[in-house]
Design a binder for this molecule. Structure first.
Ligand code: G3I
Ligand code: 9MR
Ligand code: ZN
Length: 548
């Protein structure tokens, strides 16, 4: 089918602006709300690329900078409507931030703030420590991870980190206002984003044992059926502690203490105390303690191949927060160990740089963000900056290889491919802050265009944002709440060549290019789920893009 793909939300006035056509045309028009031609130009042939399989034609209308609502028209085919304007992303930013409120656990979601998505308090019972004969523990609170109702320490720490590094790099994030309960903002004293993050931090504190180690997750033994959270009454279990969770928590608490100290010194001290406690446990337990589900349990495993990147992140974050040289030396030693691990990855064909990884598993890039914030001229800080800049250069090169200007390779279309993209956009965002090269900015904007509709599925991967936004996330409340639309601001996992769930397997054998391995279907948890850490990097990227 002939299509004109475009970012369905819109563009900042001075951004690079492109639509992609999957058919041949000579010229194109940009038409305003009154049907008047606001711009016309020539279509350029790009050719076929591996990721989309489309023979792509590009319509560049960057020169159109006037505020308004428009469509691109070529060969009689119209794109979705989009906006040009410096406020074009305001609603999107509020929605993606408020998503965390909608995922709150423990608390009821009040009608006043959640509207028709309100629900009763959930997961209020104490959790049994799995395999131990000890007292059950109160770990209420935090955010549900995703479409399931699990709460996982590493996933939570990484989502919080994206948001808090976002605040450290781009202060404008503190001025994003959206409606969440005032009491959680300490009656307005805390900016919304910090009030929301505190909900998760408070929960993560409960996940720490007295000896400093951190339980990997709290979930029921198996995933709940499709029921509302308050109806999920099965026994909650705290599964084993892991060194990966403990290190992530040490890192994120130290980071948080640097931010909350401006608002609440006592809370910041408590965070630092807990971070030190976790770090002490790590020092006394130098062997990796990885995590695997017990036999028969199917909730998220969040298994990792090593704990070196986590320990590196913890050391860097502690160094940034305390300036204590002991952490610097430890980070140095861990860096060597991680470099050796990276060599193994490269041998397996991995092309990225482990020192820029910002995901739920490989987190050395988060450590480097702390070092970049530290702005010193020592080896570690210089290496951090050069890793981000050279990875950004690699991404710009990748982006030149397809008609969408997308910095993704075919190997990136795995489970949660939209996060693979968003992590890259975070790298480019940081690189752009270090060195404001136009091609970094263009790659960020093209990546955002892809996420918001300029892709060969012709879909915006953020609910409620874009004329053709996807509507059927794998999200338990949405599956059963009888409300037509899911709440807005949820980033979908996106295309995944692995087609890991039963419904997705219907696409098997169709020989689809990576970008088309997607279905907007509620059953497709491997293509269309949502999670806190798929939203959080978009908050970071948008905060960078809107940074004045
Ligand atoms: O690291 C390998 C890479 O080397 C390889 O080239 C590539 C291609 O197969 O796979 C990479 O591993 C992937 C791994 O994530 C790390 O990114 C696996 O294929 C992929 O299946 C795995 O997916 C994870 C999925 O859980 C299954 O474990 C997702 O990233 C992760 O977001 C998702 O998390 C779930 C939680 O378990 C439960 N809650 C919902 C959440 C979102 O779906
Ligand atoms: O709904 C679950 C989703 O959140 C997870 O990402 C996914 C992988 O852990 O599992 C989903 O639950 C499915 C379960 O694993 C198997 N039976 C069907 C469940 C939902 O459709
Ligand atoms: Zn809950």
């Amino acid at each position: 089918m002939k299509k004109v793909f475009v970012n369905q939300v819109g563009f900042l006035c001075n951004a690079e602006k492109k639509a992609v056509l999957n058919f041949e045309a000579h010229d194109f028009y940009v038409v305003d709300e009154n049907g008047k031609n606001a711009f016309e130009g020539d279509v350029k042939h790009f050719g076929t690329d591996e990721i989309s399989g489309e023979d792509a034609f590009v319509a560049d209308f960057s020169a159109l900078t006037a505020k308004g609502k428009y469509k691109v028209v070529a060969g009689g085919i119209e794109s979705a409507t989009f906006e040009i304007g410096d406020n074009a992303y305001d609603k999107l930013m509020k929605d993606i931030c408020k998503c965390f409120y909608f995922l709150r656990c423990g608390d009821a979601l009040a009608r006043e703030y959640a509207g028709e998505y309100h629900h009763e308090p959930c997961h209020m019972t104490k959790a049994t420590v799995y395999g131990e004969d000890t007292e059950p523990v109160d770990v209420t609170g935090g955010w549900h991870d995703a479409g399931d109702y699990g709460r996982y320490s590493t996933a939570g720490a990484v989502a919080v980190a994206h948001l808090l590094y976002g605040v450290r790099f781009f202060k404008g994030l503190l001025d994003v206002h959206y409606d969440i309960p005032k009491e959680s903002c300490d009656k307005g004293y805390l900016p919304e984003i910090l009030a929301e993050v505190k909900v998760e931090l408070d929960f993560l504190m409960k996940m720490q044992r007295e000896n400093g180690s951190v339980w990997h997750k709290v979930t029921t033994f198996n995933h709940a059926d499709f029921i509302m959270p308050e109806d999920d009454k099965n026994e909650l279990f705290l599964f084993a502690v892991s060194s990966i969770a403990t290190a992530d928590i040490a890192a994120v608490f130290a980071l948080a203490s640097t931010i909350y100290k401006e608002y609440d010194a006592k809370y910041a001290d408590k965070l630092m105390e807990r971070s030190l406690l976790a770090y002490k446990w790590l020092s006394e337990n130098p062997d990796e303690l990885l995590f695997f589900n017990p036999e028969g349990s199917n909730t998220g495993q969040y298994d990792e191949a090593e704990d070196i990147s986590n320990r590196f992140w913890a050391a860097c974050s502690m160094y940034e927060a305390t300036s204590d040289g002991k952490y610097y030396s430890e980070a140095m030693a861990l860096k060597e160990r991680l470099a050796a691990f990276d060599k193994k990855l490269q041998k397996k064909g991995y092309q990225g740089d482990v020192f820029t990884c910002l995901g739920w598993a490989e987190v050395a890039g988060l450590g480097n963000l702390s070092l970049i914030l530290k702005r010193e001229d020592n080896t570690l800080c210089l290496n951090a900056r050069s890793s981000f800049l050279s990875e950004a250069d690699r991404l710009v090169l990748v982006a030149s290889g397809n008609g969408f200007g997308l910095c993704m390779d075919k190997k990136d279309f795995i489970w949660g491919s939209n996060m693979e993209l968003l992590k890259y956009l975070m790298v480019l965002t940081v690189a752009y802050r270090l060195d404001s090269k136009k091609n970094y900015r263009n790659a960020i904007e093209s990546g955002l265009d892809y996420l918001l509709g300029c892709n060969s599925m012709d879909v915006s991967y953020v609910t409620g944002n874009g004329e053709k936004a996807y509507k059927n996330p794998h999200l338990r409340p949405t599956a059963i709440d009888d409300i037509e639309q899911p709440w807005p601001g949820l980033v979908s996992g996106g295309p995944n060549v692995g087609l890991h769930d039963e419904k997705a397997q219907e696409l098997r054998g169709k020989d689809l290019p990576p970008m088309k391995c997607y279905l907007d279907d509620i059953a497709c948890y491997s293509l269309n789920e949502i999670t806190i850490y798929w939203n959080s990097p978009l908050v970071f990227v948008l905060a960078g893009l809107l940074n004045k």
